[in-house]
Design a binder for this molecule. Structure first.
Ligand code: SAH
Ligand code: SF4
Length: 353
């Protein structure tokens, strides 16, 4: 079977070519074709010698996930169903923002974390995605927008990556790291590390390492105390709040520059949405620099929770805001096409997960 090149780090690609008897600088040329130009056909890589093209074609493949369907929302959100070589699928979303836009990518097919409010959590964990499959989702998104070669920062449309799709990124950390290093490489996709956010359900062990990568951190906090968090997020039994908060502090200590952490908080009716919960939440994050992101709960068939009312959500936000915390109630984008992050593949249910 031919070997896949997408997902190899620069040094790995170099070693591969050296093993073929090629000069190391060839790896740089090839890298440029793969990640700056987005070329998948060796025979179109015109700066490479014909014999080298043929050799590569004999031994290797260059694969972007296949786009199976594409849906466009009235608000500019675009959602794709993407398929990998083994037929497994994930959804990927482009979310336009005031400062250009973010591509929301997945790290696993399914998820083993089993958060009670999350539809993905009800699905079986199928497998980790490879580094190539993780970064490949961004590349397929670029294919869809025709955004090759890599534009300058000023003109690019797909400017950010948020790792908020299906799966727990820190449970597939090695592959995630490789994928993000590839995405950040200045000669390729050139996504600045400041434009990458990783969201975790709280796998505390690896959180400080995100500071070394230089990426932003979002934590799916969702509860002000262990009692509630244990009830809705099984991960909390392994990494309770004191451990999670300590890991967040370590992350901030290790960050090169001052870096806010986004605390995501999904409001669940009568579970975590009362004023006393807001008060408790502020005490919990004492000593951290955080912004809150209040998320309306997206219900799904058979969900064990209900969304909080608008009034309750705004009352909650007001308490945080009057204590000088940023706490926007996140307007969910692409709702008409069910594109809210954390809701990916919801409508398709379990049959194809
Ligand atoms: N697994 C990672 C990243 C993906 S989920 C994590 O848990 O952080 C992205 C966000 O959507 C998370 O904050 C998640 O808690 C939230 N989410 C999941 N299900 C949701 C639902 N039904 N309604 C609203 N937000 C949800
Ligand atoms: Fe997995 Fe995140 Fe859903 Fe929890 S919220 S089940 S970690 S995808």
């Amino acid at each position: 079977m031919k070997k896949e090149l997408i997902g190899l780090l620069p040094d790995e690609l170099k070693a591969e070519l050296v093993s073929l008897g090629e000069k190391p600088f060839r790896a740089k040329q090839l890298w440029h074709w793969l990640y700056n130009k987005g070329e998948t056909d060796f025979f179109k890589m015109t700066t490479l010698a014909k014999t080298f093209q043929a050799r590569l074609n004999e031994l290797y493949t260059v694969t972007h996930p296949k786009i199976v369907t594409e849906q466009n929302s009235v608000d500019g959100t675009r959602k794709w169903l993407m398929e990998f070589q083994d037929g497994k699928q994930v959804e990927c979303v482009y979310i336009p923002e005031s400062d250009r836009g973010a591509v929301c990518i997945s790290t696993q097919v399914g998820c083993a974390q089993g958060c009670k409010f999350c539809h993905t959590g009800t699905q079986r964990m199928m497998r980790n995605l490879t580094a190539g499959e993780i970064v490949g989702q961004f590349m397929a998104a670029r294919d869809s927008y025709g955004e090759w070669p890599t534009p300058t920062d000023e003109t690019r449309y797909l400017s950010n990556i948020v790792v908020m799709g299906m799966g727990e990124p820190l449970c597939n950390f090695e592959n995630l790291k490789s994928a993000l290093k590839i995405a950040m490489d200045g000669d390729g996709l050139a996504i600045s590390k400041r434009r990458i956010t990783v969201s975790t359900s709280g796998v505390a062990k690896y959180i400080p390492e995100l500071a070394d990568l230089g990426v932003k951190l979002a934590v799916s906090l969702h509860a002000p105390n262990d009692e509630i968090r244990n009830q809705i997020m099984p991960v909390n039994r392994k990494y309770p709040l004191d451990v999670l908060i300590a890991a967040c502090k370590e992350y901030q200590k290790r960050c090169e520059r001052r870096q806010f952490i986004t605390m995501e908080y999904v409001l669940l009716k009568d579970i975590n949405d009362q004023p006393k919960h807001a008060e408790e939440l502020m005490k919990l994050v004492d000593g951290l620099e955080v912004k809150f992101n209040l998320i309306p709960f997206h219900s799904w068939d058979g969900a064990p929770f209900e969304p909080s009312s608008n009034n309750t959500m705004h009352r909650f936000a007001k308490i945080l805001e009057s204590n000088y915390f940023a706490a926007p109630v996140r307007r969910s984008r692409g709702e008409d096409i069910m594109a809210a992050c954390g809701q990916l593949k919801s409508a398709k249910g379990k049959k194809d997960s």
